[in-house]
Design a binder for this molecule. Structure first.
Ligand code: LLP
Length: 440
């Protein structure tokens, strides 16, 4: 059964109680219903409206610390560089920067978000298969810790830009290890067929040639094989290949300062097992411990996914010829993952009277004019009435960042629950703002 992508059989789906038991930050009080970090979600919805992203500072902080502790415990000198593509809410980025995280960015926009959130230029890794000349020049001129290079062609371009700016560009070569991460095809990145990285057999000569280029400073190798990876085997294989390459570079006397191991660590979207950070850390130390080199990790989803939910209101419940539809005020423009990856997200009622009511199959859908605008099919849920609330769980990663204004629906607001209060950290876009860049 694939809980993460695709439709699991109804019997295999976790119940509402099981989903909540696995997420102790979500609790239920008989009078107010579902709470996040003891803040009633009904109150948050009343104050800030819906659809609404609700993030937990406590969960984010605990996850960062757990990963950091696992890495330290495995005697690794590791630096966590949060992959901003998963979430660019500045309040969350500020928290991560304060915790000591670095940043992994893939565009000038993300570079700017990282700087605004307080990440030092040296703590920023710039990744991505299609960095433009303008983006590379800006990052180099403003300062960047490392640029992950995805091709010989890009390396040449970076060398030329750096020479023009009179700089030495710190670069790592991204290896394509030709390993299947065993995840959804659309987020697999480490196979030979994928657009990412440089084939392993071209790394050595390219590295040696780059070391001899005065405008480049070779800092090491990088790899990233995909996202939502739920078993450690693909990591073992990819990291084994990377370690071989590092050994060969070092044997030739070439400088390697650090190794960038990418992100991809998966989370349970239901109650399925997912690797623990300690187990992941031991894979890292087996592959790289002997080098005594610092390693970089680029986790996105693992840090922020469980720390966020999408709070939505039921517009109405309707009965089709054969199915019950729960129509929400949140749609695929807000949370796109179910529509494009068939991704499974837990959906939990917020109102106390619904939380323990009998359940029957329902399709949970958004208001957008496409059948793909479906959050769940045949999900065991109680009867709903207009104005009820539901929480779509584990939406902290690749939620708000992938949202759009499709159907001219304004972007949702976001609140951060911290220190016993819910603070608005992104206000709802207005209807007027939908037209603010239209020149007509
Ligand atoms: N580093 C690189 C080079 C990446 O391409 C990615 C993700 C990450 C790090 C972070 O991966 P994570 O730890 O978050 O798995 N929109 C998709 C996920 C796309 C991931 C793209 N690259 C989704 O909603 O599942």
């Amino acid at each position: 059964m694939d809980m993460t992508f695709g439709q699991p059989s109804a019997e295999a789906e976790p119940s509402i109680a099981e989903l909540l038991a696995a997420r102790p930050w979500l609790t239920v009080a008989p009078d107010v219903g579902l709470m996040l970090d003891r803040i009633p979600l009904a109150r948050v919805a009343r104050e800030h409206g819906t659809p609404l992203w609700v993030y937990s500072d406590t969960v984010l902080t605990a996850r960062y610390r757990a990963l950091e502790t696992a890495l330290t415990g495995a005697a690794l000198s590791a630096r966590i560089h949060f992959a901003l593509k998963a979430n660019t809410t500045l309040a969350l980025l500020r928290r991560l920067a304060a915790l000591g995280s670095g940043a992994d960015v893939v565009s000038l926009g993300e570079y700017e978000a990282a700087r605004r959130a307080g990440f030092a230029p040296q703590a920023i890794v710039f990744s991505g298969v299609g960095k433009t000349e303008a983006e590379l020049s800006a990052a180099l001129a403003r300062g960047v810790g490392q640029i992950n290079v995805e091709s010989a062609e890009e390396l040449e371009r970076i060398a030329a830009i750096a020479a023009r700016l009179g700089l030495r560009a710190p670069v790592a070569l991204r290896v394509n290890p030709d390993v299947d991460a065993g995840t959804h095809a659309k987020i697999t990145t480490g196979k030979a067929d994928n657009k990412f990285g440089i084939p392993s057999d071209r790394i050595e000569p390219l590295y040696a040639q780059a070391v001899a280029t005065p405008s480049l400073r070779l800092v090491g190798l990088a790899v990233h094989i995909g996202s939502q990876i739920l078993t450690l085997e693909p990591y073992r294989r990819a990291y084994g290949r990377l370690a071989d390459l590092v050994r060969r570079l070092l044997a030739r006397g070439l400088p390697v300062e650090r190794i960038d191991l990418g992100g991809g660590l998966g989370i349970p979207y239901g109650t399925e097992p997912a690797p623990l950070p300690t187990a992941f850390a031991s894979v890292l130390s087996q592959a790289f411990g002997a080098f005594r080199l610092p390693v970089i990790l680029e986790p996105g989803r693992w840090l922020v996914g469980p720390a966020g939910l999408l709070l939505a209101r039921v517009v109405l419940q309707k009965h089709g010829a054969a199915r019950r539809f729960v129509v929400l005020d949140a749609g695929m423009n807000d949370l796109l993952r179910p529509a494009i990856y068939d991704a499974w997200h837990g959906i939990v009622p917020v109102n106390p009277s619904r939380l323990h009511a009998p359940v029957s199959p329902a399709d949970v859908v958004g208001p957008v004019c496409e059948t793909g605008d479906t959050f769940a099919r045949g999900r065991a849920l109680p009867e709903f009435a207009a104005d009820d609330l539901v929480a779509i769980l584990d939406a902290g990663a690749y939620g708000a960042v992938m949202s759009s204004v499709y159907n001219l629906r304004p972007r949702a607001a976001a609140v951060l629950v911290e220190g016993g209060t819910a603070r608005l950290v992104r206000r709802r876009q207005t209807i007027d703002e939908l037209f603010s860049d239209d020149m007509a």
